[in-house]
Design a protein around this ligand. Structure first.
Ligand SMILES: Nc1nc2c(ncn2[C@@H]2O[C@H](COP(=O)(O)OP(=O)(O)OP(=O)(O)O)[C@@H](O)[C@H]2O)c(=O)[nH]1
Ligand SMILES: [Mg+2]
Length: 254
């Protein structure tokens, strides 16, 4: 594969407007500083697209939008539920600021954040191929969206530190059984939910979490799911895999 830096630079250079697609559940983890700097360096307009907005509460969404709007125009959408895509189309036309010509829209972001799904949301058709398996879009693809808009779909080109099990687990880049440390990742998910939406976690697993301790949370959830080993202690690995699966399939909502 072409070096990601070359690919990203090339897309930024050619595009009239850039979309930085991020995941509503972890906006900060999915923003990329290097990409933003390069866009700003080349003085290109960009839009922050908070995708998968169907997976978070309206309250969290509004707060994230208010915070990120200070950096660039920000819209929230759901590529899957086709929500917010008309607003995004308007924002693209407003940001491009070129009259009468076609607008080339570069789409950048981490693997699996939903770049291709956002494009399909705006085109109203399944023109860009999508998949739950990350790394799906292989090369740069052009996708026409009518009324002067032409998208450039890219592969999830931002590389991960191979050791970053947590982000790979959070983003569903690797499924639970392929992570190096599923228990560690599940604990991080619990930690994140304890801070952001403890009630959702409690309701989903039908448990009451007395402390902010993620390890006790894992144990309680394991017990409640009846994931026990022979001697009666909680099967932590099985519990962790269940939590990661629930998170990655969008059953566990922040
Ligand atoms: N719940 C929800 N899921 C979404 C949304 N957008 C995309 N997905 C899911 O996320 C997964 C990845 O979507 P893609 O559009 O293929 O993501 P991508 O960023 O193009 O991924 P790569 O091409 O692999 O880098 C698929 O399983 C989609 O169904 C959304 O708005 N909400
Ligand atoms: Mg794709």
């Amino acid at each position: 594969m072409t070096s990601y830096k070359v690919l990203v630079r090339d897309v930024i250079k050619k595009a009239d407007v850039l979309l930085e697609v991020i995941d509503a559940r972890f906006p900060d983890e999915t923003r990329n500083n290097e990409v933003e700097k390069e866009i700003i360096r080349l003085k290109k307009p960009f839009i922050i697209v908070i995708n998968k907005c169907d997976l978070v509460s309206k309250d969290k969404l509004e707060k994230t939008k208010a915070r990120l709007s200070r950096i660039a125009p920000t819209v929230f959408v759901s590529g899957k539920a086709r929500f917010g895509t008309t607003m995004l189309r308007h924002q693209i036309l407003a940001s491009a600021c070129i009259k009468g010509q076609d607008i080339l829209v570069g789409t950048l972001g981490y693997p699996n954040v939903g770049k291709s799904s956002v494009i399909n949301g705006v085109t109203g058709r399944h023109r860009a191929s999508t998949s739950p398996v990350s790394g799906h879009t292989k090369g740069v693809q052009h996708v026409g969206a009518g009324s002067r808009i032409m998208f450039v779909d890219t592969p999830g080109v931002i590389p991960f530190d191979e050791n970053d099990d947590y982000v790979q687990g959070l983003l569903g880049i690797k499924d639970a059984t392929h992570l190096k440390d599923p228990i560690g990742v599940a604990l991080k998910i619990i930690e994140k939910m304890l801070v952001e939406n403890k009630t959702a976690l409690e309701v989903f697993y039908n448990v009451t979490l007395e402390t902010q301790d993620s390890y006790s949370g894992l144990e309680l959830i394991g017990k409640q799911c009846n994931f026990l080993q022979k001697k009666g202690e909680v099967d932590e690995m099985r519990t962790a895999i269940r939590i990661i699966n629930d998170w990655q399939t969008g059953l566990l909502l922040i």
